[in-house]
Structures are given as C-alpha cells and as structure tokens.
Ligand binder design. Structure first.
Ligand code: CP
Ligand code: NVA
Length: 321
C-alpha cells in the first residue's frame, strides 16, 4: 500500500484555495476530526461549540444548494454564524474592487468562503484578506467537494492509497482537477476519460504528476472511457455543462454523449466499484438513472459528508490563525 508521509505543499498560508494546499497527513487528520464530530452529532445530537461567536462570510457568484447549506449548518452546529452574500449584494469586481471587498469583509468576519467564476478572483480575495479564505468552487477547483469525496471513499472502502479512481467526462473543470490532485496526494491512481478538447488543464496535470512521482501513483488522461474504467474501484462523473458553460450546451451535449456512465460501462469496473457524483446530476445526460439510483451509488453519502469535513476544515483554519 502506498502512503504519502511527506510534507508537500503544506498548508503554506492561511487559505484553502486548492486541495494541494493540504498534505496527505493533514487531509487524514481532517477525516479523523470529521468522523468524530459526525459520530458525536448522531449520538448526542450536538458538537462542542468551538466556533462560538465566530462569523463565516459566504460570497457566492453562482447558485448553490450543498455548499451553502453545509457551511451554514456547520457554523450553526459549531456555535458560530454564517452570513450569505449573493452577487446582487456584493457585485465582486463590478460594484466594488475585489481587494476592497476583501479588506472590508475580513475586518468584520473570521472566515470567508467564496464561490466565483474565475479562480483568479478567489486568489485576489485571499491576497487582500486578513482572515482565511476557502474556495467554495471556482472554474479551476472545488477542493471542499474533493475532501468530502475522499472521506466518503475512505468510509466505504476502508482505504485510500492503492485504489483507482476513474473520472469520466469534462476533465477541464473544477471537480476533475481537485480529484486528480487529491488522488496524487493520497496515493490513489487517477484515470480521466474525456473528449479531445476537454482534457485536464496542463497546469493541473503537471502539478499532479509531480506529486504522483513522490507517491508513486499513476495519473492518466485518455479519450477512451472503457480503458479508463477497467477494474476501477471508484467511478466518478460530473455535469457536462458546468455553471458558466451554458452557452456551449448544444455542442457539449453532442460531444459528451459517448461518455455517459451507463450500467453496461459500469460492468467493466471492479465488481465492488462505487459510483460517485458531486451533484447536481442530470439523469439521462452524464449518467443513467439505473446507475445513479442503483446500489453502487454513494452520491448522497458524499453530499452529507460535506457538512462533517468542512466543519473540521473551518476549525483547523481558525486554530491555525
Ligand atoms: N456539489 C456542490 O458543490 O453542490 P452545490 O453547487 O449545490 O453547492
Ligand atoms: N462542475 C460543476 C460542479 C458543480 C458542483 C460546476 O462547476 O458547475
């Protein structure tokens, strides 16, 4: 079994913008804390209010169900408070410069979660913020989702290192990117099947391969879904039309059609393989109903784990700062 015990890209600053801001051991520590709080919540109905009097400011340029709800519920459960600010309230970079938004917000709140179109906007927020900034999804990465995904895999499979994840669909996007980097960090082989023109961004692929060199894992990009899924332990897909890609909807629906995760395709994966999706899902597009609503699917466990692992993340960030 391959393990990564090294310190690679250790939470180098106070922010969490990429899954690669955490080391393998740091990610595993979060899972231990999240597992404890999840069990405690189930057993006695509450967690210690360790974020008492803390305010989380949530700035979202795009819609959200899971991310908003899990952060808001998480803050309530930890004794703190969350304030949601949508595009209409802030107009980040339109009504006001991002640097000014960061300076004002971080003078009042203790933590910031931002969901933006451009990853650059989150980087700019972080640069000018005095408090930790968490990436709640950008065009480049969705690291909070990846934390919940790996926690779910660990819960279901009992291990992480040595497994193989197959991602089928849009490689040039947030979900695939964070899964790819996270897999390399955690010692998991990662195989991505996407149409030409939708491959993992080269900067992500290079960074993942650099990490994979140390953890001795395989990072592969192919156009062939059958090759990528063969004997995989985890099969993952995401929407073909991410928020911001709506203008290309018709082209994308046609291009991605051979990449639909069907029951027939799932037969090529390991017989114990699980099916994952970050949600929202579009049944009949990236996945068939029989797969996402079938016995191999763990999609709701994944969604629920957002709550637990993000609570652990927020506590870590507050403690660190
Ligand atoms: N998976 C996820 O981030 O969902 P939302 O867009 O609903 O937050
Ligand atoms: N790739 C999707 C993820 C949604 C959680 C998007 O960016 O819309």
């Amino acid at each position: 079994m391959r393990e990564t015990g090294r310190i690679f890209l250790a939470m180098k600053d106070k922010h969490f913008l990429s899954i690669s801001d955490l080391t393998g051991p740091e990610i595993k520590d979060l899972f231990t804390a999240a597992k404890f709080m999840k069990k405690q919540l189930k057993k006695i109905g509450f967690n210690k209010p360790v974020l008492n009097k803390k305010t989380l400011v949530m700035m979202f340029e795009k819609p959200s169900l899971r991310t908003r709800l899990s952060f808001e519920a998480g803050m309530t459960q930890l004794g703190g408070h969350a304030v949601y600010l949508g595009m209409a309230e802030i107009g980040m970079g339109v009504r006001e410069k991002i640097a000014d938004v960061a300076r004002v917000t971080s003078g009042m709140g203790d933590l910031i979660v931002a969901r933006t179109f451009k990853h650059q906007s989150i980087e700019e927020l972080a640069e000018f913020s005095k408090v930790p900034v968490v990436n709640g999804l950008s065009d480049l990465e969705h690291p909070c989702q990846a934390l919940a995904d790996f926690m779910t895999i660990l819960e279901v499979k009992g291990i992480l290192a040595g497994l193989t994840i197959c991602f089928i669909g849009d490689g040039e996007n947030n979900i695939a990117h964070s899964l790819c980097l996270g897999s390399a960090i955690l010692g998991i082989d990662f195989k991505c099947a996407s149409p030409q023109g939708y491959f993992l961004k080269s900067e992500i692929l290079e960074k993942a391969r650099e990490i994979a060199g140390e953890t001795k894992t395989l990072i592969q990009q192919t156009v062939d879904p059958e090759k990528a899924i063969y004997k995989a332990d985890v099969v993952y897909t995401d929407t073909w039309i991410s928020m911001g890609d709506e203008k290309d909807k018709d082209t994308r629906l046609k291009t991605f059609l051979p990449y639909q995760v069907t029951g027939k395709l799932m037969e090529l994966a390991d017989s114990q393989a699980i099916f994952m999706h970050d949600l929202p899902a579009y049944r009949g597009q990236e996945v068939t109903r029989e797969v996402i609503d079938g016995p191999q699917s763990v999609v709701f466990k994944q969604a629920h784990n957002r709550l637990h692992v993000q609570k652990a993340l927020l506590i870590k960030l507050v403690k660190k700062n």
